[in-house]
Write a protein that binds this ligand. Structure first.
Ligand code: CO
Length: 134
């Protein structure tokens, strides 16, 4: 099922500050701040060649990560993203194995314009896992 590691997403209390810290302290290659209105997040990509870190901050009042930031005011790892060959087939197999998929259980277009789904953290040892079509 799994093929590659895609990214780790970290929710931060101040996106500009986090961006500059990765850039100035760790000499990282960072993107500009990108607002994804339809996903309710603002993101900075820390590009690492073989993978990336996504620094995230809530965008708008209905942001899906608003509560997470309120509970983790200093910031925290939000999810990891792993790639799969066939996300639709994967979704069917996971349902058969009684793994809970968040939302209505079908893949939705994610921030990279590829279909993604999220697995319930309680079914995976406390980690929210995003699966993305490779
Ligand atoms: Co993600």
């Amino acid at each position: 099922m799994l093929t590659r590691f895609n990214h780790v997403a970290i929710v931060v209390p101040d996106l500009e500050e986090a961006k500059n810290k990765y850039k100035d302290v760790l000499n990282a290659n960072v993107s500009e701040i990108i607002n994804y209105e339809e996903h309710g997040v603002s993101v900075v990509f820390v590009n690492l060649g073989n993978t990336k870190i996504e620094l995230m901050y809530p965008y708008g009042e209905k942001s899906p990560i608003k509560n997470f930031l309120e509970k983790n005011m200093n910031g925290a790892i939000h999810h990891i993203c792993l790639e799969v060959k066939d996300i639709y087939k994967t979704a069917e197999e996971l349902k058969k194995k009684n793994i809970r998929i968040l939302g209505d259980g079908t893949p939705k277009n994610g921030a990279h314009n590829k279909p993604v789904l999220f697995l319930h953290p309680k079914d995976f040892f406390g980690t929210l896992i995003e699966l993305e079509q490779e």
